[in-house]
Design a binder for this molecule. Structure first.
Ligand code: GDP
Ligand code: MG
Length: 189
């Protein structure tokens, strides 16, 4: 083990977060880069290939800046059956079939985030299910408009977090580690 990890691990919890196919596909496309961007080769590289700035990094950075720790990440296209299992609680809902068709329609970025209170607070960062009701400042509030395309999933409690993490990840795909910043994020006593 890494030094000090025992100091921080006891209060830690983990949650499952996924960027849905709409969040993966919806970059901020700058069709006509302005003169400054066009003249700056470094900016053109960052915004490659024609001013495309992916929303994946925008979402990840919100969890990262808060102080939560990324312990697992992968990109995959889940099968329809897999998404039905993921959303099994909603199988009676009229939108269930469309929801599962959509979630299995393209790449999803699956992640596990760790931190004190990350399950509940992750839901706060994400915002209300319907982006029309999500507060500005939340991911859905800032980046989505309709409930069927709300770009991100987050576990809604300790039970679902546990189930979803074990569904989406093998234990060896998750990494326990100490960040240098942990002692500044959590303090030591
Ligand atoms: P979440 O935990 O905030 O994602 O919300 P739920 O677990 O209640 O629902 C899962 C997902 O189903 C939501 O993120 C939406 O994408 C979708 N969904 C929920 N309610 C509706 C609805 O009324 N209509 C449609 N079309 N989709 C919905
Ligand atoms: Mg839910």
């Amino acid at each position: 083990g890494l030094p000090d990890s025992s100091l921080f691990l006891p209060q830690m919890e983990r949650t499952f977060i996924a960027i849905k196919p709409d969040g993966v596909q919806r970059g901020l496309v700058i069709d006509r880069p302005n003169k400054f961007i066009a003249s700056c080769s470094l900016l053109r590289k960052i915004l490659k290939p024609s001013g495309y700035n992916n929303q994946i990094s925008e979402i990840i950075s919100r969890f990262e800046r808060k102080g939560f720790k990324l312990v697992g990440i992968k990109i995959m296209v889940p099968s329809k059956g897999f998404t039905q299992k993921h959303y099994h609680d909603l199988k009676e809902k009229p939108f269930f079939n469309g929801l599962c068709n959509f979630l299995s329609s393209g790449p999803v970025v699956a992640m596990v985030w760790e931190g004190e209170g990350v399950i509940r607070y992750g839901r706060k960062l994400i915002g209300a299910t319907d982006p029309q009701k999500s507060e500005p400042g939340t991911i859905r509030g800032d980046l989505a408009v309709v409930v069927g395309r709300n770009i991100i999933h987050g576990s809604d409690g300790p039970e679902s977090a546990k189930d979803e993490i074990s569904m989406w990840f093998k234990p060896e795909e998750l990494v326990s580690y100490t960040n240098n910043a942990d002692k500044w994020i959590y303090g030591q006593n």
